[in-house]
Design a protein around this ligand. Sequence first.
Ligand SMILES: Nc1ncnc2c1ncn2[C@@H]1O[C@H](COP(=O)(O)OP(=O)(O)OP(=O)(O)O)[C@@H](O)[C@H]1O
Ligand SMILES: [Mg+2]
Length: 267
Amino acid sequence: MLEISNLRKTFFPGTLNEKKALQGVNLHLKEGDFCTVIGSNGSGKSTLMNCIAGVFYPDKGFIKINGVDVSRMSEFVRAKYIGRVFQDPMKGTAADMQVEENLAMASRRGQRLSLQWSADPTKRAQFTELLKELDLGLENRLTTRIGTLSGGQRQAITLLMATLVKPQILLLDEHTAALDPKTAEKVLALTKRRIEEGNLTALMITHNMRDALRFGNRLIMMHEGRIIIDVEGEEKQNLTVQSLLQMFEKASGSEFSDPEALLAVPT
Ligand SMILES: Nc1ncnc2c1ncn2[C@@H]1O[C@H](COP(=O)(O)OP(=O)(O)OP(=O)(O)O)[C@@H](O)[C@H]1O
Ligand SMILES: [Mg+2]
């Protein structure tokens, strides 16, 4: 489904600020894999996602989605089949448009661009149903301007928009990190439900190791631009924070006085 081979990306090459963000990443996700991604600050997690989404092009290596090499495809073209939710709740929705206008736009992803939205009762009913499931008091606010909603409400709507038309891959970069714990939990529950119901293939970056363990069927850990741990299925189910930390120390060759803190620092 997603095939990443020998992916390399260096920022500011040949300068004093040179930063090797990806140093040969290999990853093969199967259809329906829900893979959580952990790793310390600066280990390359967001760069990996940005390369998949086309925000940057890799220097070397390739990314294939369903057999198609997208490595040099523009971000705009890729957006047709990639769903994304990033950390900033302000980014995924159009603030000046109403809730239903945003949802309608997302429901036409991959089709001809059009900003027209005529109130279609079937779609309205579908949107109301989806908003009700969020349990964030949004079902009666179809015509509210998105910009007036809270961060959590916006992030939940962004997630709906990213998955309204089935994306070939869903990318989540610390998408609950800016939310209060209660709202974060709701958005995580929604994430799980949308991924399971849609049998989506997803990558979810999190700084919360417990979330990384409790969600998904697969887990990868990045360190210095490489994937150093990749576990799935029963092996993942049996992992604990403690065993994960031991694996990290072994795989990275590093010992930290407080490795849990190292992995748990939100940016
Ligand atoms: N647009 C950019 N320009 C220059 N350097 C960048 C850019 N994006 C990332 N980097 C650098 O690449 C390295 C990897 O960064 P990245 O954002 O991928 O880390 P991360 O694992 O997502 O970290 P965090 O947990 O802090 O979000 C870092 O050293 C970072 O400073
Ligand atoms: Mg990041």
